[in-house]
Design a protein around this ligand. Structure first.
Ligand SMILES: [Fe+2]
Length: 289
């Protein structure tokens, strides 16, 4: 029997896990149960973890292959698989990504193999602001009219880094700006609009916002109209839940069945406004330890 406790996190989806201490270790049967729980729950918050970056990396490896972010200059200096997120400025420079992706997206949908999971460790959290919003793409798919489910069945979307609704890097709905070298590696990739989860087999709408630019076999204007309609459908309040981070939270989300967006936060100007998180995104869960 696992030694930890699990209870619902919110009204719609997700679970909260308490009674675990990842710095002390975890039995293989508990880790296996945790993985099953994660794949059934989409969003899992493990409370109260005080662990070093390398231990965080060790934990993340159980959920997939950690991927350093495409923007190399933003990576953690000692553990490059970690992307720091922060509103703390030193010498007028943020010590992590300050303006995160404040638009609906699924991590690394712009890569040939998209991210299966993103895992965040909250080290400092503000009293207010900085929540992450999640939208349930399983429920959004299930709620589509049968005719729409039929129309999108088998369709494949074309994705590219960025946000199709706002390509201006100066606004707050932008994607992270890339260097010229990083931009040269960006290319079109293709993912199905309806994705069967590789573990549970459950169908979700996938990649209907931001990185999708077109659909194979459709004119771009028609494809964009369809993608925009699906994006509006999937981001309705009835599918959305916010997570407010507490210090010590390890938050895992399933990128195949949730989309997410950051809520903008101002620069820290005191201890109660500081936000500092570590993020790891993984791929290839089926080959994870
Ligand atoms: Fe993200």
């Amino acid at each position: 029997m696992p030694r930890y406790r699990v209870r619902p996190l919110g009204d719609r989806f997700g679970v909260e896990v308490t009674g675990l201490d990842l710095s002390a270790g975890i039995r293989p049967d508990e880790m296996a149960a945790l993985r099953r729980q994660f794949h059934d729950s989409q969003l899992m918050v493990i409370r109260g973890q005080n662990i070093e970056p390398r231990r965080f990396l060790w934990f993340a490896r159980h959920f997939g292959r950690p991927q350093p972010h495409i923007a190399a200059h933003l990576r953690h200096k000692e553990v490059p698989e970690i992307l720091p997120l922060s509103n703390i400025f030193v010498d007028d420079k943020p010590i992590g990504i300050f303006d995160g992706a404040a638009f609906w997206h699924q991590d690394m949908a712009y890569e040939d193999v998209a991210s299966n999971a993103t895992i965040v460790h909250a080290i400092e959290t503000p009293d207010r602001g900085g929540d992450t919003l999640f939208a349930d793409m399983w429920a959004a798919y299930d709620a589509l009219e049968p005719g729409m489910r039929e129309r999108i069945s088998g369709l494949v979307a074309r994705h590219r880094y960025g946000n199709r609704a706002d390509e201006d890097y100066r606004t707050r709905a932008k994607a992270m700006e890339l260097t010229a070298e990083e931009q040269r590696r960006v290319h079109d990739v293709y993912h199905p609009l309806v994705l069967a989860h590789p573990v549970t087999g459950r169908r979700a709408l996938y990649g209907v916002a931001s990185t999708s630019r077109g659909i194979r076999g459709l004119e771009d204007a028609e494809a964009r109209a369809l993608l925009d309609a699906l994006g509006r459908h999937a981001s309705q309040d009835r599918f959305v839940q916010a997570h407010r981070y507490q210090v010590g939270d390890i938050v895992l989300w399933d990128n195949f069945s949730l989309m997410h967006k950051a809520t903008p936060i101002d620069r820290a100007n005191g201890p109660e406004t500081r936000r500092y998180l570590h993020r790891i995104s993984t791929k290839d869960l089926l080959t994870a330890a």
